[in-house]
Design a protein around this ligand. Sequence first.
Ligand SMILES: NC(=O)c1ccc[n+]([C@@H]2O[C@H](COP(=O)([O-])OP(=O)(O)OC[C@H]3O[C@@H](n4cnc5c(N)ncnc54)[C@H](OP(=O)(O)O)[C@@H]3O)[C@@H](O)[C@H]2O)c1
Length: 325
Amino acid sequence: MRAVEFHEYGGPEVLKVVRAEIPEPGPGQVTVDTAHAGVNFADLKARADGYRVASLPHRPGLEVSGRIRAVGEGVEGLRPGQEVVALLDGGGYAQVAVADAATVFPLPEGLDLRTAAALPTVLPTAHALLHEVGRLRAGESVLVHGAAGGIGTVAGQLARAAGAGAVYGVVSSPAKAGHARDHGYDAVFTAASFPVGVRRATGGRGVDLVLDPVGGDTLRTGLDVLADFGRLVSFGNASGAPPWHVGQPELAARGHSVAAFSVLALARSAPEALRRLAERAFRTVTDGTVRLPVTAEFPLSDAAGAHRLMGSRTSTGKLLLRTAD
Ligand SMILES: NC(=O)c1ccc[n+]([C@@H]2O[C@H](COP(=O)([O-])OP(=O)(O)OC[C@H]3O[C@@H](n4cnc5c(N)ncnc54)[C@H](OP(=O)(O)O)[C@@H]3O)[C@@H](O)[C@H]2O)c1
């Protein structure tokens, strides 16, 4: 089979197509003949900086859709030939991927394999950020960084569906603002203008919930624009800034909370909780509440093209690799 790996860290050019042995599932695992693989920002971080890479060579890819090829010992409720989507610990950029059965889901009703490949990381994550972790209540205001990307496109729609009083987004360039406005956002600011924009839009009150995948100064400024009793959920460090520790005194003054979320960490530590979360989240797509447009699709052999596009910070929605042909 064909797969994409990197043997050294670097730019998109380090992604190489390789011929590899077809893997066999271990106990509690299945193998999937993949149709599509989702591209995630974490894949770019893995390739460039070694994020979550245990050793080289490394095969990226955190989510796939496809048909179950083989079922390992002890796996129940999944059968060869079944159409599924899977959240993976890596290895999705391949014609056959290995998945823990705990994070393999039957293809959600009414979806095709292409649409469904976009869901396993983004949908549960965006749902958890707003609901299970962010505890959004109707009428509250939300600010989402990376509003036009995969997570941002879903978070805007979920916040709107939850009855948020106002949904604000932040993007790196005005060209992406229209995409965000089409997906639930009332107003979209650029990274430079968001502190002033939020204060003006909220009459100086600030927002109730900030979703922050950037870290560093952006996280610090996000705390500054929180309303009294506001919450900030940290879910990434796109800026690559050193971790910044928030102290009790600065949170206590206005009753602020900071929480964090990682869908991959949850999959490892509490797979049953992840499963229930994913089922709730997928329902928002099957019932039409949320759509996640696939804005570009690349053949597996051009995974580098997908990384170039996402790395250029011009992409919107979700990027996919076509792995089957
Ligand atoms: N914690 C979790 O469980 C979890 C799960 C999935 C994703 N994430 C995180 O969520 C974010 C979005 O992931 P995605 O896969 O859906 O990607 P994406 O949003 O489709 O594309 C990458 C995003 O990163 C932003 N970005 C790129 N370089 C940046 C930088 N140097 N500083 C600030 N922002 C930068 C871009 O927004 P602008 O160019 O508009 O700023 C863009 O929205 C990523 O940070 C990712 O690590 C976390």
